[in-house]
Design a protein around this ligand. Structure first.
Ligand SMILES: [Ca+2]
Ligand SMILES: [Ca+2]
Ligand SMILES: [Ca+2]
Ligand SMILES: [Ca+2]
Length: 220
């Protein structure tokens, strides 16, 4: 007796195989898409958090440096010596620090200045990002002493955060109109308030801004 095996695929089993294969391909595609999206999201959030950290570090380093130097200045040496009307704010400041208090008299060192100037390659006030760094009309802060000038920070916002320039309005409600991204305010009580907005961009062109403020009491 000869047993014969029927090798013809059963029609319903063949159909099931194709359905299983399609399902497997669909599931695999969904899985790969999910992995790609998760990786991209993780990479985006890492790049964004790294940017936030770098902008915050630059803002705090700058204001720490400015306030430390100014806290050693004498009130009489500050220029401008009279707060410009009507708001008492300015972007550049000159001062002399106390360098020796061993004797009875207070000795002052050479004049030092903080200046707010257009960043390298940037033309101020044209509304164009001339140096292609993703920021428009941004400034940098410099510090000059007797024989040297150093750049303290780049990426300083053209106007302080929340402020719109050129409209003679105090858009951010801090009492100053159209103030720049780094501003010194002096009052009549030997107090200088410093405010600064620092910016940075990531590889996808997102801008992050950090604004910090401090007040420094200065001796006569
Ligand atoms: Ca720029
Ligand atoms: Ca420009
Ligand atoms: Ca303002
Ligand atoms: Ca304004």
């Amino acid at each position: 007796m000869i047993l014969r095996h029927d090798r013809t695929p059963h029609p319903s089993r063949a159909g099931l195989g194709i359905i299983e294969l399609s399902l497997a391909i669909t599931l695999l595609t969904i899985l790969m898409l999910a992995i790609t999206m998760t990786t991209r999201t993780a990479s985006t959030s890492y790049s964004q958090s790294a940017l936030i950290e770098s902008v915050e570090v630059r803002a705090y380093r700058l204001i720490d440096f400015l306030s430390e130097k100014i806290s050693q200045a004498t009130w009489a040496s500050l220029e401008p010596s009279i707060a410009p009307a009507p708001l008492g704010s300015f972007n550049n400041i000159r001062y002399r620090r106390i360098v020796d208090t061993a004797g009875m008299a207070v000795a002052e060192g050479d004049a030092e200045t903080f200046n707010l100037v257009p960043q390298d390659g940037e033309i101020d006030g044209d509304g164009i990002d001339n140096n292609g760094n993703g920021l428009i009309d941004e400034y940098m802060a410099t510090w000059s002493s007797a024989n040297k000038t150093v750049v303290l920070a780049r990426g300083i916002r053209n106007r302080l955060e929340g402020e719109i320039g050129g409209n003679l309005l105090d858009d951010n409600g801090n009492g100053l109109q159209d103030e720049a991204g780094l501003v010194f305010v002096r009052d009549d009580n030997n107090l200088i308030t410093i405010r600064v907005s620092v910016q940075g961009t990531d590889s996808e062109g997102r801008i992050q801004t950090k604004t910090v403020e401090t007040s420094v009491h200065i001796r006569n």
